[in-house]
Design a protein around this ligand. Structure first.
Ligand code: IPE
Ligand code: IPE
Ligand code: MG
Length: 252
């Protein structure tokens, strides 16, 4: 925690604070399958351990004073996986929700989901809707789970909603702007991620938050998601604190 501590001691200027500590972290939780394979275990065992890693990281985020965590749990493209693995993942999600919902709520955490939830089974959809509603007035932390999520699909859905408004005459084409489009995305009420972490060694976004990450700092680690712990997390935060975010300016 040395980086964070030094930041807390030395910084009173809001500008410095916004650079040192991300407000919103997004994570591509990758490497569960390889973690399991290395131990001759079924892939599901890796996904189970992955759920433990999520609990850990959520705690780390809250302890560090971060306000938003968005995690990629299941992509639009993951529907192409064997049905058995999909079933296991959905069951695991249901368990996670059952086990964690009360704790999340007691800790004043607001839970959101992004993605095409219409593709989920009706019982999961109900469970998700219940969790979202139950925590909707919580304000100490924001956990968002990307489920059946793909950035391109999200953009298409947003464009369809905008086109429908144009068709009825509620919106003029020239009034479509960046803000309008951002608002129409599933992430409409979330700030853009400051830091995006991908575990598992791959250096790609795999259709995660493409629009939202235009100026996000990217951090890739070889650590497999089930192994990702508070030390890895602190390392990522330390790396982020050294970045200079210029947004196309000369940085002065
Ligand atoms: C990430 O781990 C979890 C999901 C994509 C659901 P993987 O299952 O992709 O694990 P690897 O990449 O095969 O190791
Ligand atoms: C990205 O991981 C999706 C999630 C972590 C949920 P994948 O394992 O599906 O990504 P690719 O196939 O390596 O790009
Ligand atoms: Mg993977």
């Amino acid at each position: 925690m040395s980086n964070l501590q030094s930041f807390q001691i030395t910084s009173h200027a809001p500008r410095a604070a916004s650079h040192a500590l991300p407000r919103h972290i997004a994570i591509i939780m990758d490497g569960n399958g390889r973690w399991a394979k290395a131990r001759n275990l079924p892939r599901t065992a890796g996904h189970k351990k992955g759920a433990d890693a999520l609990r850990r990281v959520l705690d780390s985020c809250r302890n560090a004073g971060i306000s938003y965590l968005t995690v990629y749990a299941f992509s639009s493209e993951n529907w192409k996986r064997p049905q058995d693995e999909i079933n296991d993942l959905m069951q695991l999600l249901q368990h996670y929700l059952q086990q964690e919902l009360q704790t999340l709520h007691e800790n004043n955490i607001r839970l959101r989901f992004i993605g095409d939830l219409s593709l989920l089974s009706s019982d999961i959809r109900e469970q998700v809707a219940h969790a979202v509603e139950m925590t909707s007035r919580n304000a100490s932390f924001n956990l968002t789970i990307a489920l059946s999520y793909g950035s391109r699909q999200e953009l298409v859905r947003a464009m369809q909603a905008i086109a429908a408004d144009v068709k009825t005459g509620a919106l003029q084409p020239q009034d479509i702007n960046e803000q309008r489009l951002a608002d129409a995305l599933d992430t409409g009420d979330l700030p853009e991620p400051d830091l995006l972490i991908r575990t598992g060694g791959e250096k790609r976004l795999s259709n995660f938050l493409l629009w939202q990450s235009a100026y996000t700092e990217l951090y890739f680690t070889d650590a497999l998601w089930p192994d990702f712990d508070s030390a890895h997390f602190t390392e990522a935060l330390g790396d982020y604190a050294k970045r200079e975010r210029r947004y196309g300016t000369t940085g002065v």
